[in-house]
Design a protein around this ligand. Structure first.
Ligand code: 5GP
Length: 187
């Protein structure tokens, strides 16, 4: 069996963070990658746990040294998947990346065996409800995120799998089954 690099994407508020957390809790062999970002930590976030929080100069220098598997800009901040960090983890573990759609497609270009899974909402209204409920964003930012939803959903056909997050545990099990299948494929 091979270790797989799994990319979990989907619109903000779709619940992919919760799914990722449960997947890692339920599967010892699955390790969550940690992205670098230039945005400020939110309340409760810890450097090296949710993200590696670095400044723009550090980010650009890492970028110039081919240090990212993919990187992009969201809401005026940079985000990137640290390449060596992921490749090191893949030696012993399956690795889960929770990144946006463009990032996922970029990873696939650089690492063709990556398995791309898009988490879909049962409805767009439900996503908005979840975003507002989370309460960490201003109304303007919520609107920006809403605009992005259509864009991201439009790319779902480029992903290897789609999973609808209607019932949380069902969605988690669906992803687990995909990982099991992919581990035995091409091994
Ligand atoms: P947030 O600031 O809410 O944590 O994340 C904002 C967006 O950045 C989310 O859509 C999240 O999935 C995305 N993101 C987080 N880490 C990465 C990364 O390493 N690369 C890319 N391309 N997007 C990321």
């Amino acid at each position: 069996m091979r270790n797989v690099l799994v990319v979990l994407s989907g619109p903000s508020g779709v619940g992919k963070g919760t799914i990722a957390k449960l997947l890692v809790e339920r599967n010892e062999s699955l390790s969550l990658s940690i992205s670098c970002t230039t945005r400020m930590p939110r309340d409760g976030e810890i450097d090296g746990r949710e993200y590696f929080f670095i400044n723009k100069n550090e980010f650009v220098s890492k970028m110039q040294n081919d240090g990212f598997l993919e990187h992009s800009e969201h809401f005026e901040n940079y985000y990137g998947t640290p390449k060596q960090f992921v490749l090191n983890k893949l030696v012993t573990n399956d690795v889960l990346l929770e990144i946006d759609v463009n990032g996922g497609l970029e990873v696939k270009k650089n690492y063709k065996d990556a398995v791309l899974i898009m988490i879909l909402p049962p409805s767009v209204e439900e996503v908005k409800r979840r975003l507002i409920k989370r309460g960490t964003e201003s109304e303007e930012k919520i609107n920006l995120r809403m605009q992005r939803i259509d864009y991201e959903l439009g790319k779902s056909n480029l992903y290897d799998y789609t999973v609808v997050n209607d019932d949380l545990l069902t969605a988690v099990k669906d992803v687990e089954n995909i990982i099991k299948l992919e581990k035995t494929n091409n091994s």
